[in-house]
Design a protein around this ligand. Structure first.
Ligand code: SF4
Ligand code: SF4
Length: 141
């Protein structure tokens, strides 16, 4: 089992530092990999990352909601979405997303679609190499 970061992630980066096995990596390039990703092979399911997320984006894999009902106003970020979202991350670095979508109250979203990209990111995608990019270094302030 692993924990999963869903498309509610807006790249705050706060979860990265609390992970005892350092298995959370920023998605790079951001327009192809819009969230942060957890390495399923390394995650020990400790749950330490969950309360660190200001957007409640992280779930144990078996609890990822297939019918997440939006409170209204929250954003999801996914390849194919095209709204702009801007904020400040955990290190006071500006985050700008062009792959966002604001949810309406009562809108239902299947977040289980967000599970597989974690496996793909580490099994053929950038994986831990993303940590060494200038883009990733910039997110750390
Ligand atoms: S703390 Fe939440 S929003 Fe920030 S990178 Fe982690 S999952 Fe994404
Ligand atoms: S559950 Fe624990 S080991 Fe897994 S990503 Fe979160 S902090 Fe890291």
């Amino acid at each position: 089992m692993t924990h999963i970061i869903t498309s509610l992630c807006l790249r705050d980066s706060g979860c990265v530092e609390v992970c005892p096995v350092e298995c959370i990596v920023p998605g790079i390039p951001q327009n192809e990999w819009p969230w942060y990703y957890i390495d399923p092979a390394t995650c020990i399911d400790c749950g330490a990352c969950v309360p660190e997320c200001p957007f409640a984006a992280i779930f144990p894999e078996s609890d990822v909601p297939s019918a997440y009902t939006a409170k209204g106003g929250e954003y999801v970020s996914k390849v194919g979405f095209s709204e702009h979202w801007e904020g400040i991350n955990h290190h006071n670095v500006k985050v700008a997303l062009e792959t966002a979508k604001q949810l309406a109250a009562g809108e239902v979203v299947d977040l289980t679609e967000d599970i597989q990209p974690h496996y793909q990111y580490f099994e053929g995608g950038p994986g831990y190499k993303a940590n060494d990019t200038d883009e990733a270094k910039a997110t750390r302030g």
